[in-house]
Design a protein around this ligand. Structure first.
Ligand code: SAM
Length: 250
């Protein structure tokens, strides 16, 4: 049988593609891409003319069966997403799962990933972290998600969108308090790469100083609770309720 390669591609800076990624993309029979038009530009830049097929969130489950057939016929496929590492808040899980069940070998070709790039330069603890992908679009769901994060998980990392980041920063104050240290990593590997550090209101202030700062791609990181006292043992939701109760008490 053929092999399925999970190939990481750049998240901004094209020089971040690995030699191994280029070799594999050139050698395989097919490249399965999230958006074939978007990826065609990347492949063209590197002079790669491998045939492409589309694999995105909406067709992945149906497509998986036919791709596995292709693999079982001995053809190899490289999976790429629009940017970064496939399956990390990107399509591919269903295909990889089916491959593993069908006995098709899946080979990772590591490379750029916004999560890891943000975390390794943020200056926040990296020994333990929790990646929660994208937060929900609806505010109440977002607050519930944040409240469910247990204490002691280390740094919390989420993918954010320019449109929602300000709303999320407000929610973070509600759930974790106004003093929690945050880092917003913007435009990683690109010209205007920037790490904004501080409390939610400091980062909001920085964003609002210049409308351009509210654009672009971003990763939001939440530092673990500062004081290593008993507060750490109380779940954020419980702590929040206690804080509300304390305000009401005489
Ligand atoms: N699979 C990708 C990876 O490995 O990072 C992530 C794909 S996800 C659909 C896109 C999100 O990743 C963006 O909304 C942003 O949060 C983050 N992201 C991607 N590229 C980025 C960059 N250059 N700088 C900051 N964040 C980035």
């Amino acid at each position: 049988t053929g092999q399925l390669y999970i190939v990481a591609t750049p998240i901004g800076n094209l020089n971040d593609i690995s030699q191994r990624a280029l070799d594999i993309l050139q050698q395989v029979d097919w490249i399965a891409a999230e958006d074939t038009r978007h990826s065609a530009r990347l492949l063209q830049h590197f002079g790669i003319s491998t045939r492409m097929l589309a694999l995105h969130d909406h067709n992945e489950k149906q497509r998986a069966a036919s791709l596995i057939e292709t693999l079982q016929q001995g053809q190899s496929i490289a999976l790429i997403s629009d940017a970064g590492t496939p399956l990390i808040s990107d399509p591919g899980y269903s295909l990889v799962r089916h491959c593993q069940q069908a006995g098709v070998q899946v080979v990772p070709i590591p490379g750029p990933c916004a999560l890891i790039s943000a975390l390794c330069a943020a200056g926040l603890p990296t020994d333990q972290f929790l990646f929660i992908g994208f937060l929900a679009a609806k505010q109440q769901q977002r607050i519930n998600q944040l409240n469910r994060i247990p204490a002691g998980v280390g740094t919390v990392v989420c993918y954010e969108t320019a449109r929602r980041v300000q709303a999320t920063l407000h929610d973070l104050v509600e759930v974790f308090g106004a003093e929690r240290e945050l880092v917003l990593a913007k435009e990683l590997t690109k010209t205007f790469e920037h790490f904004a550090r501080g409390t939610a209101s400091e980062i909001l202030h920085w964003l609002q100083e210049d409308p351009k700062r509210c654009q672009g791609e971003m990763v939001l990181m939440i530092a673990p609770a500062a004081k290593p006292d008993s507060d750490n043992d109380i779940a954020p939701a419980v702590l929040h309720t206690l804080q509300l109760l304390m305000q009401e008490l005489p």
